[in-house]
Design a protein around this ligand. Structure first.
Ligand SMILES: CC(C)(COP(=O)(O)OP(=O)(O)OC[C@H]1O[C@@H](n2cnc3c(N)ncnc32)[C@H](O)[C@@H]1OP(=O)(O)O)[C@@H](O)C(=O)NCCC(=O)NCCS
Length: 155
């Protein structure tokens, strides 16, 4: 993946990674986050199991999804919008009952992203080494579903 650490990718790098046929082959779902109807950010989710190319090789749970996102305009960083975006994406993914956990893997030095994920309910698990380099593995578990039943006594 390119561009997640804040560096600006070339158009060739974008085409290599994000053309629809490539995203489909890698089981990546792309999203555009909107703010007041205007494009704010690119985000994506992926199925961790079977990602290939050295990614998530220890994963055995088909319900794990991963997320990444990037706000386009640097002037909009640090205003809470990323936290709202991550929250909305998490809610969307958990609306699928098959999704058990959501993971993310910011670079250990990306303190703003780490704080954003923590505010959105992710917890730090451990530092890992991915094909892109060291990363902080973070998880958010599926919320426990509370059901209510009414008990009536007879007589
Ligand atoms: C990561 C990203 C989506 C977060 O969105 P955002 O709108 O900037 O984040 P938020 O404003 O919601 O939250 C950022 C938090 O980090 C804090 N923060 C900012 N810089 C920080 C730093 N150097 N150290 C520690 N915390 C920092 C902010 O104060 C804020 O926390 P607070 O509300 O408790 O004060 C956005 O910064 C982005 O697009 N970055 C470039 C791409 C990227 O890194 N993507 C993540 C790849 S995993």
């Amino acid at each position: 993946m390119v561009g997640w650490g804040g560096e600006r990718p070339t158009i060739q790098q974008v085409q290599q990674c994000y053309l629809p046929r490539i995203l489909t082959a890698e089981r990546v779902t792309p999203y555009i986050g909107l703010l007041g109807g205007r494009p704010l950010a690119y985000a994506q989710s992926y199925v961790a199991l079977g990602a290939g190319d050295g990614w998530w090789e220890d994963e055995t749970d088909p319900g794990v999804r991963g997320i990444d996102q990037s706000i386009a305009d640097p002037e909009l960083l640090g205003q809470g919008l990323g936290t709202r975006l991550v929250g909305a994406l998490v809610d969307l993914l958990f609306s699928d009952s098959q999704v058990s956990r959501i993971q993310t893997d910011p670079a250990p030095h990306n303190l703003r992203a780490i704080r954003c994920y923590e505010k959105a309910g992710f917890r730090r698990i451990r530092t890992i080494v991915t094909p892109d380099g060291p990363a902080l593995y973070m998880l958010r578990d599926r919320p426990v579903e509370v059901s209510s039943t009414s008990h009536r006594s007879c007589g």
